[in-house]
Design a protein around this ligand. Structure first.
Ligand code: BGC
Length: 406
């Protein structure tokens, strides 16, 4: 009986041991399963992330493809179905660019185009960024007045690669084949008109002189500035060489007389310095060649503060409102008027012809070599405005109202 009891006890404890063992192995299994499933989850998460990466890659390659296809079927993603013109202008600080921009926008919109007009605050990198965004937004044509005509080659290559024609507006763009057309004024003539005005006002061909003159040119990176200067100097240099016209400061070469950014205050500072160094002893100043109105304004501010002699002949360009007021008041002699309404009409005609695949109107196919190609151009004619003709040219033609000039 005791033996039987002992063997029963042994059997029972074996069953218990086996049961415990089985339990522990099943919990291990559960643990293993749990770990496995966690690992699987982790793998899934990782895979999901990888999938996202793939999505990104897909997105990237889609974008790349889109970029590549830009220019082929640009119209597809246009909500309004209209063709787009991107306009990039240097600044809206000067009246002239403000007027150019407003006018271009109005005229192009009236032709049924969507217009993206941007001003770059005279900051080259801002202009590059604005152009990049116009290109990726699917512009069909770009109208660009560069801040620095030598700094847009790289961004305009993107335009060329996307088959977007580029019209250099008012200022030529250099060292790139990505410029398609150039719309401007005859800028050399702007300079000769200024030089001839000084020659005729001082009667250099009839009087002996000597007459005293100072020279103010524009922004060194703006090729127009060199062209205006060259045109004026080609008229005046013979009189300077003969001694009839004397640059009292001796400052004549372009780099010395250039005005960075065409800034009024820089022209004013330089005139202040010239007056105090060369004219404070009562030396008469007979003429100041100023390439445009913003530089002329600086010279006029300086003269008003520090000059007491007979008021000199002063040239300008653009017929900005402040300068026309000075012309009326006798503080500026003339301004070359570039009727930007003509330029806007010509530029709009160019855009239309390009977008409709028609012959683009040009009137000069030889003059404007940008270092890589001769850019087909349309050049408008400048005329000059004085106190005698401003009413007829500026008011009667509707460019300004009488109120704006009073
Ligand atoms: C334009 C002038 C203007 C100057 C300053 C030149 O490129 O041709 O009309 O006065 O820039 O903005």
């Amino acid at each position: 009986m005791t033996k039987r009891f002992i063997s029963l006890l042994l059997a029972a404890s074996m069953i218990l041991a086996l049961a415990l063992c089985g339990c522990s192995s099943s919990s291990k299994e559960t643990e293993r399963k749990k770990r496995k499933s966690k690992k699987t989850e982790k793998t899934k998460v990782t895979e999901t992330i990888d999938d996202d990466d793939d999505d990104d890659d897909d997105k990237k390659s889609t974008k790349k493809d889109k970029d590549k296809d830009k220019g082929k079927d640009k119209d597809k993603d246009k909500k309004d179905g209209k063709q787009r013109v991107g306009i990039s202008l240097p600044t809206n600080d000067l009246f002239r660019w403000d007027a150019d921009g407003e006018n271009l926008k109005k005229t192009l919109e009236a032709e049924g185009y969507t217009v993206d007009l941007q001003y770059a605050n005279n900051d080259v990198s801002a202009q590059v960024a604005q152009l990049e965004s116009m290109i990726s937004a699917g512009a069909d044509v770009l109208v660009v007045a560069p801040i620095d005509g030598y700094s847009l080659g790289t961004v305009l290559e993107q335009a060329r690669d996307a088959n977007i024609p580029v019209i250099a507006y008012d200022r030529l763009i250099y060292n790139t084949d990505a410029v398609t057309y150039y719309a401007s004024f005859d800028n050399y003539m702007v300079g000769t008109v200024q030089g001839e005005y000084i020659r005729d006002s001082l009667e250099l061909d009839d009087k002996n002189g000597p007459f005293h003159i100072e020279i103010f040119a524009g922004e060194p990176g703006d090729y127009n500035a060199k062209t205006f200067y060259q045109g004026a100097m080609d008229v005046l240099k013979p009189y300077i060489d003969s001694g009839k016209l004397v640059v009292v400061s001796g400052q004549t070469d372009f780099d010395t007389v250039a005005t960075v950014g065409w800034k009024t205050e820089l022209a004013q500072n330089r005139m202040d310095a010239l007056l105090s160094s060369f004219y404070s002893d009562g030396t008469q100043l007979d003429a100041v060649l100023c390439s445009n109105d913003s530089t002329a304004l600086g010279v006029e501010n300086s003269l008003a503060a520090f000059y007491v002699g007979n008021y000199p002949v002063i040239t300008g360009q653009d017929c900005d409102i402040a300068n026309v007021k000075n012309i009326i008041a006798g503080n500026q002699s003339m301004s070359v008027f570039k009727d930007t309404r003509d330029l806007v009409i010509q530029t709009t005609e160019m855009c239309k012809a390009i977008l409709e695949g028609k012959d683009v109107p040009i009137n000069d196919n030889t003059t404007h070599d940008n270092g890589v190609k001769v850019v087909p151009s349309f050049l408008c004619r400048p005329i000059f405005v004085t106190a005698d003709n401003y009413k007829e040219i500026l008011i009667d033609s509707g460019y300004y109202t009488e109120d704006q000039l009073s």
